[in-house]
Design a protein around this ligand. Structure first.
Ligand SMILES: Cc1cc2nc3c(=O)[nH]c(=O)nc-3n(C[C@H](O)[C@H](O)[C@H](O)COP(=O)(O)O)c2cc1C
Length: 204
């Protein structure tokens, strides 16, 4: 069977922040289980926000040419996606949101050009989400989870698991919680198994 390919997206502006540390652990676990993982650090990319010019309405191709196209192609060619973003004002970081908004070109292709029915029973790829926030409120991740549902749908994915941690603020805070790191590592390992089974089930 072909090697499982996963893209890991670092959505925080902090290179060694809490989500980055957790994502690295998940990547370690996924590699340990035999997956090929490509890492995308959003803060290193040159990516314009969506300018809403709708140049994508003819073919679904975004007219803004920058680092989006490569990231898009990597994500679309993968079996799985691990996306990590901190909570910024109850939603994802600006870096993450820029990437998500640029996928509007695919949303346009899927729903306007190809006229895919909304509840089209398509086999969805599975995604793993990692997020952290400083506070502890019950609704801390509600915004992100809702955004992700629609973002993942656009790229024919659905949420497999969300690792959500409250009460982490300063860089390095997550290191005080070895159980979180272990959980992220194990999730990375388990994710590959799930993707392998999914692949067999869907592709025969
Ligand atoms: C611009 C900004 C907005 C933030 N908004 C929230 C928020 O709405 N709720 C919250 O609990 N934490 C908020 N935080 C705190 C971060 O979620 C927290 O520091 C997190 O650990 C950062 O993750 P990182 O180290 O991976 O970047 C905010 C931080 C920044 C810089």
């Amino acid at each position: 069977m072909e090697k499982i390919k996963i893209v890991a997206v670092y959505g925080s502006p902090r290179r060694k922040g809490n989500t980055a540390v957790l994502l690295k652990k998940a990547v370690e676990g996924a590699r340990e289980s035999g997956a090929q993982v490509e890492e995308i650090v959003l803060r290193d990319l040159k990516m314009s926000p969506c300018l809403e010019i709708f140049g994508c309405t003819k073919s679904g191709e975004c007219k803004l040419k920058d680092d989006f196209q490569k990231a898009r192609d990597q994500i679309l060619a993968s079996h799985g996606l691990i996306l990590a973003s901190p909570v910024f004002f109850y939603t994802v970081s600006a870096h993450t949101k820029i990437l998500m908004d640029r996928f509007q070109s695919l949303w346009v292709k899927k729903y306007w050009i190809d006229k895919t029915p909304r509840n089209h029973p398509k086999v969805m790829r599975k995604a793993l989400l990692i997020s952290v926030g400083a506070t502890k409120g019950k609704k801390l991740f509600d915004g992100i989870l809702l955004s992700m549902r629609y973002f993942f749908d656009t790229i024919d994915m659905e949420l497999w698991k969300a690792l959500l941690y409250r009460g982490l603020d300063f860089e390095g805070d997550v290191l005080k919680f070895p159980d979180y790191l272990e959980e992220a590592y194990e999730a990375g390992r388990e994710y590959v198994k799930v993707l392998k089974n999914h692949d067999v089930a869907t592709l025969g």
